[in-house]
Each structure stands twice: as C-alpha cells, then as structure tokens.
Design a protein around this ligand. Structure first.
Ligand SMILES: Cc1ncc(COP(=O)(O)O)c(C=O)c1O
Length: 305
C-alpha cells in the first residue's frame, strides 16, 4: 500500500528549530547533523480526538534515545510539549493526525562526523500531517522476509530510535520488488525481529507471541498490546520466533503508531491460516480501540509560541 499525497496537507505548518513555518519554508541547514549523518532521533505520535496518545511514553523514549546518543542540552518534556501544542494549534489539527517529532544533534560548524563540531543545538522538528491509519486493519497486509537483518545491539542498538533507517529502507525496497506491503526482518540468529516499520505478534492455539525486544524497536504500541493481553487474561509470551513458527501461526499482526494493529495475511506466499474456531485478533483490536481514550494527553488549545 503506497500512501498518497493528501491535499489537506498542502498548507501545513511545521515547527523547525526556532519557529513555525509553512511547509514550503520549513527547512534544515545543509550543516544539520541529520543531513550529515542521520544523526538524529525521532518519534511518531498519533493524535486522536483532542488528545495525543501515550505522549509521556514517546517523550521518555525520545529522551532516552537522545541521551544514548550523547546529545547535549536535550530539551525537556515540558518544552517539547509546549511546542507540540503550539504547532497543532497553528494547524488546528486535533484528530486523525500523525506527528513526526525529530530531534537532531543540531548544526555543525563544518561538515564532519565529530559531535564536537556541533556548537549549537539540538534542533527540534515537529511535522504534523493529516494521516488516517495507513493500513486497512480488516483486510490486512502481505509480507516477505527480507535479506536485510535488523540491527542487533552488537552493531547499532535498536533501542535507539534513530534516523539511520537505511537497513529498514533496504528491507522495504525488497518488499516493494516482491509486491508485498512490508519486509520481515530477522535478527542475527535468523529469528523474526520485526517488520521494516512495525513490531510483530503471532497467535497460536490461543497464546499470543512476540519476539524479544532484542533486535527490534521496543514499540509503544507493542508494549501496550502486551499490557492489554494481560488485562484480557490472554497468555502472552516474548519468545524467539522462527519463520516456520510464523508461517504456521493461526493469526499474525503488526503494531505501530501509524497503523495501530494490522493483520498480516501472508508471509513469503504462505497464507496465515487460522485453524481455530474463533479469531483472537479482533478482540485485541477492540480492546486497543477502547483503551485509547484512557491514554490521551489533552491538547491545550491556548498555547501559542
Ligand atoms: C522499526 C520500527 N518498529 C516498530 C515501530 C512501532 O513503534 P511504535 O509502536 O512506538 O510506533 C516503529 C515506529 O516508528 C518503527 O520505526
């Protein structure tokens, strides 16, 4: 599924570094660290009616990522929240919105890798777009296994939500060539890690499984699904999942802020076939939808920059 340009986004306003600009004027410097080396961290947020989903968890992960990358002068949660509210207010965006929140290390005094060349920053970018859920969560998506491995902590820790997305992009290119919606990335031992942009779960004989968060992003949606399964009395286990276990699952789904919970209907041409009388995923999807209102931070509509 290829997202299309949404004409509603033609005149959006974006916070970049020091102010809010029309999208045509919203730019970073060629000396910015994100241009020089993908040296930035990011979060995807979703706005439901008048509220931001799990804002505190997203900001905590952003801070942890920035700290792990040894950013200096990381803005606090209150400051980022104020700028986020101001940007949403400037666009009057209060529902069906996705925000890409990026914190770059900032501008360098000359090109190069060394963070000591950063004598100002970090730079905050708040890009809100009208974006309904990106997948059809009834019909689901198809997946192929990519030849590109997901990062292990031995190379580049997937716990840092950074902008070096090349391996995920290469996996997506492989999926595109195979006419599949997403690439399943394995860890260094050949177990499933996650899709190129979302976490995965399987369901087999009523038990819900998800890979250990060793070589995948510790997704906020993933974490919430684990909590919900616990509350629903479903058995949920983190485990190494081989491809054979994936192919023979009764149900499979992926999770992420921009798509919520999406069924995976086939992997490498193997249909994910439910051998049970009932489906479990619709129950988890229902619990997720019901829970959203309990995890929203209200947007203060008075805040301006
Ligand atoms: C590689 C990857 N996995 C999983 C996710 C889903 O994470 P979350 O549920 O926090 O949106 C994302 C989202 O950015 C991602 O980039």
């Amino acid at each position: 599924m290829l997202q299309k340009f949404n004409p509603k986004n033609e005149d959006i306003r974006v916070y970049v570094k020091d102010g809010i600009y029309h999208r045509s004027e919203a730019k970073v410097s060629v000396f910015d660290s994100v241009v020089q080396g993908g040296d930035a961290v990011w979060e995807g947020l979703r706005i439901y009616r008048d509220g931001i989903f799990m804002l505190d968890r997203h900001l905590s992960r952003l801070m942890d990522s920035a700290h792990a990358m040894a950013f200096i002068d990381i803005p606090g949660k209150a400051e980022i929240t104020k700028k986020l509210f101001a940007t949403l207010n400037a666009n009057e965006m209060y529902d069906e919105v996705h925000v890409r929140l990026t914190l770059t290390r900032g501008e360098k005094i000359t090109s190069g890798m060394d963070p000591r060349l950063n004598q100002s920053g970090p730079s905050l970018i708040i890009l809100p777009e009208w974006k309904p859920l990106v997948y059809d969560n009834n019909s689901g998506i198809t997946v192929i296994t990519s030849g590109i491995r997901r990062n292990s902590p031995a190379y580049l820790d997937s716990k840092i939500h950074h902008n070096n997305l090349i391996n995920n992009i290469l996996a997506k290119i492989q999926a595109n060539h195979a006419h599949a919606d997403a690439g399943l990335m394995l860890d260094q031992n050949g177990f499933a890690a996650e899709l190129n942009g979302s976490n995965i779960f399987t369901i087999k004989n009523g038990v819900v499984y998800t890979p250990f968060a060793d070589a995948c992003l510790h997704g906020i949606t993933r974490g919430h699904v684990i909590e919900l399964c616990g509350e629903m009395g479903l058995r949920i286990e983190e485990k190494n999942l081989s491809l054979t276990e994936i192919y023979s699952a009764d149900e499979m789904f992926c999770t992420g802020t921009w798509g919520e919970l999406t069924p995976v209907v086939s992997v490498d041409g193997r249909e994910i076939m439910n051998k049970q009388d009932d489906k479990v995923l619709p129950l988890i999807q229902g619990a997720f939808t019901k829970s959203v209102k309990n995890h929203l931070t209200s947007i203060d509509k008075e805040v301006r920059l």
